[in-house]
Design a protein around this ligand. Structure first.
Ligand code: ADP
Length: 514
């Protein structure tokens, strides 16, 4: 625990940067080179040198491990939570060169698994990248007792933090209370003005001994989920064309439109492997798109780890999402019992992933509940972004055909092939209807052609009577289906709308009275 205020670095970042990794964003130059020579990515990205003990500048920073990590390559170093390491080079955002202070091994480690020793980020209770909604989800896990807590940067006050605490009350059962931690002008923090502290650590220590008016004394830090990995390992981060022999297909998970999907292994790591039937798409076009997909980083987009494209069928190696597609999930036991808060949380996450694509001026073209995957803690991630552009299956192209997703597609995209982020907003409105009806097929009882004709005439799906859907959310769906694309909301708006949606069981953001 870092008690010394001079060591305690208070992290700052722009709220909009919170989900974006160091190498985020589409590299325009790379995308351009790939356009002219789709296969060239392998040569371009292999040129990055692997740091060695002799050529790295020392930066003399001691870091402490926040999680366990098992080496995946010859170039990386294993460590356990709490181990200390000296950083020799952290100039690469993802993989840092360190010397392990116990084993004396030198090699690469994932930079987001460690934090500077005695910094606030090294505290078990400090969660740098969680939103209020995620904090609720993490704290409400059944195994956490009353008083489980975390501290996170405030989403609204760039200098402030929030303390989120799990509480229990007779009438409301388990729920989470959020307290503002305000900064003092001359440094330091307070929740209540009559109790000020020099550091967040001191504040947490004090409220761990005495509730001082909080709903409950702070009992235990919330368990931290492992951070997202964007590569399989340092050796394959750039050379992400991997030999097929390294992939073990363990169990078939499902059948997609373009091939089968497997639960698989790369070394000891669990992955999902999408196999693409021969002729589904040209390898060159796919690799071009995959290079862009590989550059996109957002926690609401499924991470693309690697590909095997030397022979058919092409394998796409992705992050594994244990609960499968949102559509199947909603229709099965666990999904059918989801509470309203969970539905709002999923709507928020999908909007947030789409907001990221919107900010990169990319479009999905096939946004639907079947293309959202669910993982632990109700984590929702969009998949198949980018793939729609390279599919060579006539039936799936906007030319009419049995598998063209007419019910999800905006009229201007169906009629004129005008796909845009605004046609994605239309699809998002349909996805919302799927979500709030627990996976009902949109426009029940209507055929594709009828839908096209009726929607053109101004027909819109009515508010379902069978499920509780607040009028306001239905109005938002209708706004997504505005005939004029420019009148539809942005994903930025939709993210904030669902982020701030006041579920009745929630109490407003509270402060402890003075
Ligand atoms: P397609 O887009 O080609 O139709 P999908 O991506 O929908 O194929 O995959 C089919 C099924 O495989 C999904 O419904 C889901 O159950 C499973 N699946 C796909 N990707 C993953 C993944 N990354 N993790 C876990 N399951 C997945």
């Amino acid at each position: 625990m870092g008690n010394c205020c001079c060591h305690e670095k208070q992290p700052r970042r722009h709220p909009l940067q919170k989900n974006i990794g160091h190498n985020s964003g589409v590299d325009g130059k790379l995308a351009h080179i790939l356009e002219t020579n789709p296969r060239s990515h392998v040569d371009i990205i292999r040129t990055r040198p692997t740091p060695t003990r002799t050529n790295v500048p020392r930066c003399n920073k001691i870091v402490v491990a926040l999680y366990n990590y098992m080496a995946r390559d010859v170039s990386d170093v294993s460590f356990k939570k709490g181990d200390r390491m000296e950083v020799l080079d952290d100039s690469d955002g993802d993989w840092w060169t360190v010397t392990h202070l116990l084993s004396k091994e030198t090699g690469l480690i994932p930079g987001n698994f460690v934090a500077k020793e005695q910094s606030v980020e090294s505290e078990d209770w400090f969660f740098e990248e969680v939103s209020r909604k995620e904090a609720d989800k993490l704290l409400l896990a059944a195994e956490n007792p009353r008083g489980t807590f975390l501290v996170r940067p405030s989403e609204h006050n760039p200098q402030g933090y929030s303390l989120s605490v799990k509480d229990w009350e007779e009438m409301r059962e388990y729920h989470v209370k959020h307290y503002k931690i305000k900064p003092l002008d001359n440094g330091g923090f307070y929740i209540s003005t009559n109790k000020t502290f020099l550091t967040l650590t001191e504040l947490v220590q004090a409220y761990s001994k005495n509730a001082f008016g909080l709903c409950h004394v702070l009992s235990k830090p919330c368990p931290k989920p492992q951070p997202q990995m964007w590569d399989l390992g340092p050796g394959v981060r750039d050379n992400w064309e991997i030999p097929r022999i390294q992939i073990k297909l363990v169990k078939k998970l499902g059948r997609g439109n373009f091939g089968e999907v497997y639960y698989g292994k790369w070394k000891d790591l669990t992955v999902a492997v999408k196999t693409l039937r021969e002729g589904t798409m040209s390898t060159a076009a796919f690799l071009q798109e995959a290079a862009i997909m590989k550059k996109l980083r957002h926690k609401q987009l499924v991470a693309l780890y690697a590909v095997c494209s030397k022979e058919e069928p092409i394998y796409i190696v992705q992050e594994y999402m244990c609960k499968g597609s949102l559509l199947d999930f909603l229709r099965k036991d666990e999904g059918r019992t989801l509470g309203f808060e969970d539905l709002i949380y999923i709507a928020f996450q999908v909007a947030s992933g789409m907001e990221y694509l919107e900010s990169k001026q990319l479009i999905h073209r096939d946004l639907a509940a079947r293309n959202v995957l669910i993982g632990e803690n109700m984590m929702a991630k969009i998949c198949d972004f980018g793939l729609a552009r390279v599919i060579e299956d006539n039936e799936y192209c906007p030319k009419q055909g049995s598998r063209f997703p007419v019910k999800w597609t905006a009229p201007e995209a169906i009629v004129y092939g005008r796909f845009s982020i605004k046609s994605d907003v239309w699809s998002y409105g349909i996805l919302l209807m799927e979500l709030f009806t627990f996976g009902q097929v949109p426009y029940p009882g209507m055929h594709g052609r009828e839908v096209i004709e009726q929607v053109e005439k101004g027909y819109r799906m009515p508010k379902p009577t069978s499920h509780q859907l607040p009028d306001d959310i239905y109005k938002t769906m209708i706004s997504c289906w505005d005939g004029k694309p420019e009148n539809r909301p942005t994903f930025e708006f939709l993210t904030h709308y669902f982020e701030g949606f006041n579920v009745t069981s929630e109490i407003p953001y509270r402060e402890v009275p003075d």
